[in-house]
Ligand binder design. Structure first.
Ligand code: ZN
Length: 285
């Protein structure tokens, strides 16, 4: 079986070449995955429907994004200009995680080449996140009875505050976020992996029937925004550990990108591809 991977050319929104968010990474990651034969052909998503979006976001917020009528403050909080291609990107990337979650149900494992917009909340976006794709997809699975107890493993360097907020009253979705704090004990790869193993063992005691994995690579030592000091090898160990842990237990697994702002652009693309490589490797085992 080939790893099902979701991608759309609209993931690469036009926000201007001088923007500090490395938006080109989405196009380059897709090329990289094809060139390195990790993916033969992508699954193409549709823009997420209003109905599906409204599982996790207020109708008011959705229509203000779609009509580009958010206030200046709200746009500033997101960090992207509110232009057509950003609106389209947000809808298609969210549809992408919904599609990837359905592929995970059918094939056991899948990935998106975007997603992990974990700062977006019910009433607004933040930190380069417009719609919370994982929250939308989790609600989608619950509503259709495709999953009953969902785990979100969020290993982006930043806290998945949007997800914990959206699901704080929901006992069917549990968010596990291991992020960076100034006093965080796991600073180097070895202790990071050790800490992660400890938490995975605890999570394995619960009977989750679906896992979303937000594989942010802003934990890398050369990231512009992250404060952890994890090596390339550390990220590879992290992804393989998480993926194998759930895949071996036959729990449907859906990987999404999360953040990454490496100072070296080519390295950034390579680091994001570790998610897809590790999932493909797991299938081959
Ligand atoms: Zn992040």
């Amino acid at each position: 079986m080939d790893l099902p991977v979701v991608n759309h050319e609209d993931y690469f929104a036009k926000i201007g070449d001088d923007h500090k968010f490395p938006i080109n990474k989405f196009g380059e990651l897709a090329n990289y995955l094809i060139q390195n034969k990790i993916v033969k052909k992508f699954h193409k998503p549709y823009a997420c429907s209003l109905e599906t979006l409204s599982y996790a976001h207020s109708k008011n917020y959705i229509s203000n994004v779609k009509n580009k009528t958010l206030s200046k403050e709200e746009v500033k909080k997101i960090g992207f200009p509110l232009v057509d291609s950003v609106v389209q990107r947000s809808l298609v990337a969210t549809g992408g995680t919904v599609l990837a979650s359905k592929l995970a149900i059918n094939y056991g494992i899948s990935c998106n080449t975007a997603g992990g917009s974990h700062h977006a909340n019910y009433n607004g976006g933040a930190g380069y996140c417009v719609f919370n794709d994982v929250a939308v997809a989790a609600h989608y699975l619950l509503n259709r009875g495709l999953a009953n107890k969902i785990l979100i493993v969020d290993l982006d360097v930043h806290q998945g505050n949007g997800n914990s907020e959206i699901f704080k009253e929901n006992r069917s979705v549990f968010t596990f976020s291991m992020h960076s704090k100034t006093n965080y004990p796991a600073k180097k790869s070895n202790s990071y992996i050790k800490t992660l193993k400890h938490y995975l063992n605890a999570l394995n005691q619960e009977n989750f029937d679906f896992v979303f994995y937000i594989a942010g690579v802003d934990i890398h030592f050369n990231d512009r925004l992250g404060k952890l000091k994890i090596s390339d090898e550390g990220i590879k160990s992290r992804d393989e550990l998480v993926i194998e842990n759930f895949f071996s237990k036959r729990i449907p697994f859906c990987g999404v990108l999360g953040g990454g702002y490496n100072k070296d652009f080519n390295k950034l693309v390579e680091l994001h591809s570790i998610l897809h490589k590790s999932c493909a490797k797991c299938i081959g085992l």
